[in-house]
Design a protein around this ligand. Sequence first.
Ligand code: HEM
Length: 454
Amino acid sequence: MRTASHFANGEALPGPRGLPYFGSYFDVMSDRLGLFTDGRDQFGDVVRYKFGPFRFVVLHDPDAIHHVLVKHHSRYVKSRSYDGLRLVMGNGLVTSEGDFWKRQRKLSQPAFHRKRLATLASTMGGLSEELVTQWSSRHSQDLDLHEAMMRLTLRIVGHTLFSTELSAEAGRLGPAITTALHRANLEAETAIRLPLWIPTPSNLRFHRAQRILDSAIGAIIAERRATPTDRGDLLSMLMQVEDEETREQMTDQQLRDEVLTLFLAGHETIATHMSWTWKLLTEHPAWARAVREEAESVLGGRSPTLEDLPKLEIAGRVIQESMRLYPPVWIMERTAKVDDEVCGRMIEKDTIVAACPWTLHRHPALWTDPLRFDPDRFLPDRSAGRHRYAYIPFGAGPRICIGNNFALMEAKIILTTLIQRFAVQVHHPERVGLDPGITLRPAGGMPGTVRVMS
Ligand code: HEM
């Protein structure tokens, strides 16, 4: 039982009063990024909210984030927001907990080993080159850059995970993914959840989307089981790995959940990141020129190999700075399993605790001129002394993104391949809105023009 002395050293948490019962529910529904930014500026580094029946705390302090995500991570589990993702992904790496998660993470880790990633770099380069060929058919064309990046990253994830061409399926899979993630998001946001068996239009759309995703992934797994040769892709690796103690391999259900998880986690995040990068480079043409000149001098027009990647330093800093200003995963939530004291603040059991890269990466106490696009802030001499947990686009601690090296490699390959051949311009970049769902999507896409460089 909790007693008053239990929190003797802890301070009460500051935060907005909000409405009776609803708290700040309507504010968070109308502008969540604004609410958390204002909260940070008004109440400090650990801010308390009430959203209907839920207690919610946002951490803007890197020490507090270290406490929750790293040092005392076992006092927390992923929050109810992940229930929506669990509906779609099942019990895969993003959503599972405890010993099961630990075992699956250990089994999956070798698939992301740097040596394994080497073979994937040429696949990523080849598919980016195919987009170059497609875009080169016209001198200049208007398109939705976000949609184009989603298609490219879907193809890359299809080839690298399953050695499968998904472009023919993109017409069905793309909308199914959007519907499934939209439903997952809704599940996370609503306080009262209607059971899935009630045939509401939203539930029916969700079931249809799920059937499309399941049949696409089921067919790939069944085909692999029938001819189980090593194709050198992530699915082959996941099918081969064995638990060291039990010698067991993953069941079809586990494979389905892990593959769908990697498929969803590994494509929209990168597409979103690429879209924001094109916006930032449109607004900062000198940086676009610098990335292009570096790429031309290192690559001479071709796409990069794994050996080239460390030489593309400017591109690397632009990617880091883009993920600082527009972190694709803009919030990570946990639920406290026990009462906890975080940097002198009281966190009650069952409170939802969030680390928010959006507010953290723009925190004036942690970053000089935080809203300015300045990739050179990631030069080694300017990074010295920065708090290790001030920059967490891939999370932190044992649940850190398993695909972070894969993602950084893919982003660099796409950026440097395309920028050598095209001037990519986002239309009215200052008007592109933010749509903070599970990822930080551009609201209404990212209309732009691609023009062949003369
Ligand atoms: C720019 C691209 C990406 C970003 C910004 C990103 C970000 C993140 C973040 C912040 C987390 C931690 C979530 C939390 O702690 O609640 C995470 C977890 C995860 N990500 Fe990524 N991710 C990216 C790309 C990828 C890719 C390419 C893959 C796979 C191919 C991937 C697979 C995963 C998985 C499986 C997890 C769960 C890991 C675990 O809990 O053990 N991600 N990601």
